[in-house]
Design a protein around this ligand. Sequence first.
Ligand code: NAD
Length: 356
Amino acid sequence: MRKTYLVTGGAGFIGSNFVLYMLEKYKDVRIINVDKLTYAGNIKNLDSVADDERHVFMQADICDTDAIRKLFQDYDIDYVVNFAAESHVDRSIQDPEVFAQTNVVGTVNLLNAAKESWGLSKRSFDNRRFLQVSTDEVYGSLPLDDPECFFQESTPLDPRSPYSASKAAADLFVKSYGDTYGLPINITRCSNNYGPYQFPEKLIPLIINNAVHHRALPVYGDGLNVRDWLYVEDHCRAIDMVLRKGKIGEIYNIGGHNERNNLTIVRAIVRELETVLQDSEINDSLISYVEDRKGHGRRYGIDPKKIKTDLEWYPETSFEDGIVRTIAWYLAHEDWLESVTSGAYREYYSKMYEHH
Ligand code: NAD
């Protein structure tokens, strides 16, 4: 039977990849895609499904109680997948309030709408799911000198930025709606994603975009902060598996066992671009160390054992393949990069990096 998904934030980086992935993989789905289209949302990401009647796009704010309630009345929603968020740590340091609003209040608004609408229906909570897309950043930071230490689902929450604090708060609300009202929930906590359609304020697309234009490649602090990197399609597949096979109420960590420091990532991009474009001006001398981010977590390392064992998910894309595919995508989509880096992006970029 056809399932209806309410996907929020589906014009952003991971959300649009998820929408495209699901429409490609399943014939019989309907996706109601709700996105406010902030600076990070881009309707162009969905151009290839513009005429697909299985996809309904609606511009709305997840904090808008009436709009969200109406959506639940208009459509019999089986699954909610909540990607909508303010997602950039640096912006959260400059302007925390909007993170509290969208990430926390918006999530509570969605939870309420699901609880009320599903609760009133005959089917109630049967075969429904509310999946909160969260991040490994809620666990805090690990030391660099103990590579055997990982975040597990049971690791205490210790967020260190306004962004991760807002995501942790949202996770706790989601969990509480499961515990208190019996809402069928899951929370997934994923490591850093990379791939097509990522806004170039994030490390990988930022470095690609700057390198092709021979601009300085800003690297925070000593460049040795470590993150686990996962190709976005592997994340989308994990979310689909949790919706279909995950146990109600469970939290699943998602990660690639692919930890690298920022400098290694930047150098890998430089090498690949230099080779592909045969441009010797793209080299390590473009690297420019900038003042470290406040509260910058040293190492985030995720243990994805549970999702591997329970759901048989594993990352299919190696970093070596993923980064080549990603770079090829950005090189083939210069118009996309151009459109998202005009206007407001320039102002933001200059505020962040050009005073250094
Ligand atoms: P993104 O910033 O690219 O996209 C966020 C989307 O949400 C945008 O389309 C934006 O327009 C929309 N949005 C923002 N505020 C909204 C609101 N009030 N109402 C409706 N829509 C709104 O983010 P992303 O990188 O795709 O991340 C998606 C989710 O995954 C986030 O919840 C993030 O916390 C989580 N996550 C991201 C990563 C990563 O590496 N990017 C890793 C783990 C978890």
